[in-house]
Design a protein around this ligand. Structure first.
Ligand code: PMP
Length: 433
């Protein structure tokens, strides 16, 4: 069946009347090529169907939550069994204790957990606990890093007061001198350093954390009594079966989790060590839906799969197959890609494409043939991205490169990016893939 998007266009029009701008947040397709569907009807394994019944191999995995394939049978069975017993109740289910024990066993630095719903719940709570523990205010963050959508961390200035952000001090990610200088500015008021495990900003090449940066962050905290917080909301369990910075030999005091923790069911967590237990116990935190038992049942099964299967090794081999395949195709058709970040969380940009015209056109060609790549946000693999699925995606991407070569001379700058301050992209920014 030929690709069409009549239903999606109609839905976008209806949505614009009853939802501000038709959609909000990074799930809005406003900055994506026009052909990208805003709404979906169904998902299964590595596949998504939009409201026009177009089927896509989905490389976004719901922006991360889908780690074992959409609607994974065993996880769904665990969730369904719990749904029969109860979900939101007057207090938590007994399985909350099982889940906390499972996480404490799995994550090296963790000796306790508090659960929430979204990643922003986790980062906000971790910052609060750090302030309660230290009785200080300042938190060091890398300029441009995303930690959620609450007023203290949202990237948008709209509706936010200077006071909301007054206690954040920026520094350049991976730049030890900049980190040390920021700590000096915070001085005796330093409560925490909050970092993502690697750099995963939109519209840019990704890069990994240097061990020296991670170790320095740990040392600053040890010397000053501040807390080290790793925000593993996006990367958690796609880098390690542990906190992502465990791979660098650095253990945080607090870590933040969300997204894939329950394979798509709403659940997030803050994990902490014994040093922070009293502070975690003294802050007031809760939410009406924070104790839902169904997501917790899904999380227990998800964590068993994380612990007991080769899921991570499989993600890496699927990601490697994709990266190497795309590189070869690009070269064959006269293009150069800039593929960065861990292969299981790939960022796929075109080299020498400052206004993203090549990337946008290629992604559109892929989309209309049945592969959902994102032209400016990092992507995510799941275990449903088997070798067969990657091979299927590569057949489509090859056709897209051929079509792009034909159109190359006639491409225009994407209108939806007009006015957006795009970061300068040079080859030297393409560090440490
Ligand atoms: N931290 C990081 C690193 C994230 O990537 C995100 C979400 N993209 C968040 C925090 C916030 O998570 P949520 O959208 O679930 O609130």
């Amino acid at each position: 069946m030929a690709w069409s998007n009549a239903n999606d266009r109609l839905l976008k029009e209806r949505a614009r009347r009853v939802i501000p701008n038709g959609m909000y947040g990074h799930e809005s397709t406003a900055r994506l090529p026009e052909v990208y569907p805003q709404f979906f009807r169904r998902s299964e394994g590595a596949y998504l169907w939009d409201t026009d019944n177009n089927k896509y191999i989905d490389f976004m995995c719901a922006f991360g939550p889908n780690l074992f394939g959409y609607r994974h049978k065993e996880i769904e069975r665990a969730a369904a069994a719990q749904r029969e017993r109860g979900d939101s109740m007057t207090g938590p289910s007994e399985i909350m204790v099982d889940l906390a024990e499972t996480l404490v066993d799995l994550v090296t630095h963790a000796q306790w957990c508090i659960f929430g719903k979204n990643g922003t719940d986790a980062t906000t709570l971790a910052a609060t606990i750090a302030r309660a523990h230290t009785k200080r205010r300042k938190i060091l963050v890398a300029t441009g890093s995303y930690h959620g959508a609450a007023p203290w961390c949202t990237p948008s200035p709209n509706g936010v007061t200077a006071e909301d952000k007054a206690n954040l001090i920026g520094h350049d990610y991976n730049n030890v001198e900049s980190l040390v200088a920021a700590a000096r500015v915070a001085s005796h008021d330093l409560a925490a350093i909050l970092v993502t495990p690697f750099r995963h900003e939109v519209f840019r090449e990704q890069f990994l954390a240097d061990a020296r940066y991670a170790v320095t962050a740990r040392e600053i905290c040890d010397v000053s009594g501040a807390l080290l917080i790793v925000d593993d909301v996006r990367a958690g369990f796609r880098i390690a079966r542990d906190c992502s910075w465990a791979t660098l030999g650095v253990q945080p005091d607090l870590s933040c989790w969300g997204k894939c923790l329950a394979n798509g069911y709403p659940l997030s967590a803050v994990l902490g060590n014994d040093l922070t237990r009293d502070a975690a116990g003294c802050v007031f935190t809760t939410g009406s839906f924070w104790f839902q038992a169904v997501p917790m049942a899904a999380a227990i099964r998800t964590l068993q799969l994380i612990r007991d299967t080769n899921y991570l090794e499989n993600l890496v081999s699927a990601g490697t197959l994709l990266r190497e395949g795309l590189d070869k195709q690009a070269t064959r058709y006269g293009f150069e890609l800039s593929q960065t970040g861990p292969v299981q969380m790939p960022q796929i940009l075109f080299a020498d494409d400052p206004d993203f015209r090549l990337g946008y056109a290629w992604a559109s060609e892929c989309l209309q043939r049945g592969v959902y790549f994102h032209p400016y946000h990092n992507m995510f693999l799941s275990t449903a991205h088997t070798e067969a699925v990657i091979t299927e995606a590569l057949c489509i991407s090859e056709e897209a490169f051929a079509a792009l070569r034909q159109r190359r001379a006639h491409l225009a700058s994407p209108a939806q990016l007009a006015g957006l301050p795009l970061p300068p992209r040079t080859r030297s920014s393409n560090r440490a893939a």
